[in-house]
Ligand binder design. Sequence first.
Ligand code: HEM
Length: 421
Amino acid sequence: MNPADPSTTAPDLDSIDLSTTDLSSIDLTDAAVWERAAPHQWFDRLRRESPVHWHAEADGPGFWALTRHEDVRRVSTAPDEFSSYVGGPLRLDPPQDGLDQVRMVIIGMDPPEHRSFRGIVAKAFTPKHIAQLGDALEAETARVVGELRDGDRCDFVADVAARIPMWSISELMGVPVADRHRLYELSHALIDDQDPEVAPTPDTSMEASIEIFGYASEMAVRERQSPSGSLTSALLNAEVDGRRLTDIEFTLFFMFLIVAGNETTRTASSHGLLTLLDHPDQLARLRADPSLMPGAVEEILRWEPPIHHFRRTATTDVEIGGQAIAEGDKVLMWYAGANRDPSVFEDPHTFRIDRSPNPQQSFGIGEHFCLGASLARLSLRLLFTELFATIENIGLESPARRLHSNLINGIKEMRITYDVR
Ligand code: HEM
């Protein structure tokens, strides 16, 4: 056992008698737990015994952990009572300058400001607008997947799953082809910074954000000289309350869209393939009947939410599910718990590509519902359609390597073997 390897420090949930475990010993913030697998036994117990659960934190004041579908809906749809602005959308309370910055990004705003800022980019992400990107996205997906014909093995994450989301967000934002790979690396280092392999030093994430800042400023200069008509132009020309975005607002918006566009869809694609390989009967059904694809994508998203949680802060004394929450308390919505709530999903621990209805909450819900949901859904459908048309007999060459993170449900590497059809 290598003590430096974080994966070896995770408690093995299968060997713990959960019926006798004290709920206070559950630690949802332990990235090593998530690196092994989502702790569904914990979520099952929490939903049953303490659905609005006070969870202590080694590195903070503690938070309420929500694991029921209804409670996640309740909190996400009441931004006046549960704020994204007061403490930001992430678990750890940032230092004041960090909080000031996250409050300039839509994910860290409350209405009415949130609606004005969201309005700047919302048009670019409507299903109609995304459908217009459809043909080009399909061609790019075919190009990337088509490269698999040259071999019989690959790292599915780096060679396929990572490339398509970066292409999409770059097309939308007008990022030149030559710069895309570097921006991808930077967004990865920025958000996946809990994993020492991705961010080897505490400075890696900070250095990445400085480089993206610099890049965004250069983009702004270029766009002002010759506007591309991309989302970057829209950000630069937008007016909120009769004024243009400041440089820092523009830069943070740009950075957020690059990160949001990249990390999540890559994760959903990787987990999608892994989950289908784990459920060969479902994979066979999908191959035999491509009309099941939209449902399969929803079930993949339900099964492995790409983001583990987001946070709100109570703005007033309030109740959730009968539990008193005090003004200022932190509330974390655990999507993997909500997505397996048996009061909403029959046989929640069964992966079924024809599940209907499937009100999975992996894109959030309410005020901050994911702007990229249509794009992500389309990308996943196109990817798996193209993949299964191109290769078959897919197997894992070695176990998939999961990200060390309590925020992003990432897969770092997934080496597969296959036959070209
Ligand atoms: C499978 C892929 C994706 C998942 C699971 C996902 C998940 C989420 C979630 C859970 C939220 C809600 C945050 C909250 O409630 O505080 C969110 C917001 C957001 N997502 Fe996504 N996302 C995905 C893909 C994308 C893509 C491709 C883009 C952009 C290109 C994107 C852009 C955004 C933006 C801009 C917001 C903020 C919306 C707001 O604050 O009003 N996402 N996403």
